[in-house]
Design a protein around this ligand. Structure first.
Ligand code: FPP
Length: 253
């Protein structure tokens, strides 16, 4: 297992894009305008991510629990998602960005379902960046659904379970390396709970509509300065286990 923190390989970065509503409220604007500005931030991040060493980018755009929001706001987010897919697909093809959507398509308007299918089909050959948009997504739901299928599986390994969680069937996204949440809150909100088991967490007060290349660069710098240990001892602690009295860990056996 690679426990180095230099991370020269393509990274999986996941982002909880929070703060659209507060960004708008602070300017006396309707929340929908915050989401509109949020789409511009999505464009900025997708554009710069490959050059910053990001290979997989998973964005949390709409959770299953977001249905509890006012109908109008839900409608705006649905529309923005459909517009984004329709307007950005050409650019994604040109830039080698493969787009997939994870989450439940049930309950989503037919025009959005069509936009999703078309964007996925047209960008399927992209290799510069794998953009995964979590839409109508709940990590707990995804885990429950994978667990039901897992019961029938012969291979009971964690890798096999991870494969079941990858909904596009062909490729399995690697575990999340870095999980960023904008907007100042510090919680995971039912996002990639299995896949982010060993993710480094980066919380920033920047509201999503203002997030851009500089912020992603500084999150990645923060990440690259971390020592990822995956449960092992860190380099500084090598040898320290000799100090553990004999028998102190016997309960583990
Ligand atoms: C969280 O901010 C943001 C959302 C629930 C929606 C995010 C959606 C977009 C950026 C647009 C569509 C996405 C794509 C990929 C095109 P919030 O409303 O919870 O903000 P608040 O915490 O300040 O109220």
């Amino acid at each position: 297992m690679d426990t180095s923190s230099s991370a020269a390989f393509p990274l999986h970065v996941a982002i909880i894009m929070d703060g659209n509503g507060r960004w708008a409220a602070a300017r006396n604007l309707p929340r929908s305008l915050g989401h509109r500005e949020g789409v511009k931030a999505v464009r900025r991040v997708v554009e710069c991510a490959p050059d910053l060493g990001v290979g997989v980018l998973t964005l949390f755009a709409f959770s299953v629990d977001n249905w509890r929001r006012p109908r109008r706001e839900v409608g705006v987010i649905m529309e923005l998602m459909a517009d984004y897919l329709r307007s950005e697909t050409d650019r994604c093809v040109e830039k080698g960005v493969r787009v997939t959507v994870l989450g439940c398509t049930q309950g989503i308007a037919p025009n959005l379902q069509t936009a999703i299918r078309e964007a996925q089909a047209r960008t399927a050959r992209g290799t510069a960046l794998w953009l995964r948009v979590a839409f109508n997504y709940s990590s707990r739901d995804a885990i429950l659904s994978a667990a039901a299928r897992f019961r029938r599986d012969r291979d009971r390994s964690k890798a096999a379970f991870s494969k079941l969680l990858a909904q596009d069937g062909e490729r399995t996204a690697p575990d999340v390396d870095l999980l960023i949440r904008t907007g100042g809150e510090k919680r995971l909100s039912d996002f990639l709970l299995w896949e982010a088991a060993y993710a480094e967490l980066h919380f920033t007060d920047v509201m999503w509509p203002e997030f851009g290349e500089e912020d992603l660069t500084s999150a990645l710098d923060d990440f690259r300065g971390r020592e990822r240990r995956f449960g092992c001892v860190g380099k500084a602690a090598v040898g320290a286990t000799e100090a553990v009295p004999a028998g102190a860990l016997a309960w583990l056996e």
